[in-house]
Design a protein around this ligand. Structure first.
Ligand code: ADP
Ligand code: MG
Length: 216
């Protein structure tokens, strides 16, 4: 099958209070599809996303993309992107240089980088904002920059961890529609974590519910 396959994945944390954060989760995401992951705080959503993109260690199980096992592939070689709740933009970089960050890391030449950054600015509705300081942007604009930065290197999968949670309710509703449309326009396969069922319905074609480390 084409896309993401997660098989019997388990994530454990050690320390004074060992916990099994993800407990034998299996799921498929077809290429081009957006799936939402819904569940209460502490049920393991971020741990599951982290394991999929490669920033959290896997105790057992497997992650494959188009049938290739990527479980042991380092994060920067997986070509999976991650967007956090608060965007985590670089405050000293302009909007354009934030969006171009991944492309710079890849060593893409300046002209190609500029062109891709312009495409991304258009995609997220921020034409003309390239030279702005990210510190001057609204919360919603910042999240659109974060989304553009993640999409710029054309990730085959984008994981979004509560991308709208830091925004106020009114803006959240509108941006949920925008994020859905942006992901569709980019043709990106995505998993979006939320604890808001209506947001999940807007953004995803399928909603998975997680409780205590398992899909239910
Ligand atoms: P969610 O994103 O659904 O809120 P998390 O994946 O963040 O859930 O957390 C799942 C469980 O794993 C929780 O019990 C949490 O306390 C624990 N946990 C998360 N990250 C760590 C960590 N780095 N070290 C130890 N325990 C952690
Ligand atoms: Mg979380």
């Amino acid at each position: 099958m084409s896309g993401l396959q997660v098989s019997d994945l388990t994530v454990k944390y050690g320390g004074a209070h060992p916990v099994t954060a993800v407990d034998g989760v299996s799921l498929d995401v077809t290429a081009g599809e957006t799936v939402a992951l819904l569940g209460p705080s502490g049920c393991g959503k971020s741990s599951l996303l982290g394991a999929i993109v490669g920033i959290v260690d896997v105790a057992s199980g497997a992650i494959t993309w188009d049938g290739d096992d990527v479980t042991e592939v380092p994060v920067h070689r997986r070509n999976f992107g991650l967007v956090f709740q608060d965007g985590q933009l670089f405050p000293h970089r302009s909007v354009a240089r934030n969006i171009g960050f991944g492309l710079e890391m890849e060593g893409l030449p300046l002209d190609a980088r500029r062109e891709r950054v312009e495409e991304m600015l258009t995609l997220v509705g921020l034409e003309g904002y390239g030279s702005r300081a990210v510190t001057d942007l609204s919360g919603g604009q910042r999240q659109r920059v974060a989304l553009a930065r993640s999409l710029a290197p054309r990730p085959r999968l984008l994981a979004l961890d509560e991308p709208l949670s830091a925004l106020d309710a009114d803006l959240r509703g509108r941006l949920a529609v925008e994020v859905r449309d942006i992901l569709a326009a980019a043709g990106t396969t995505a998993i979006v974590v939320t604890h808001d069922p209506s947001e999940a319905d807007v953004m995803a074609s399928r909603v998975l519910r997680m409780e205590e480390g398992q899909l239910v």
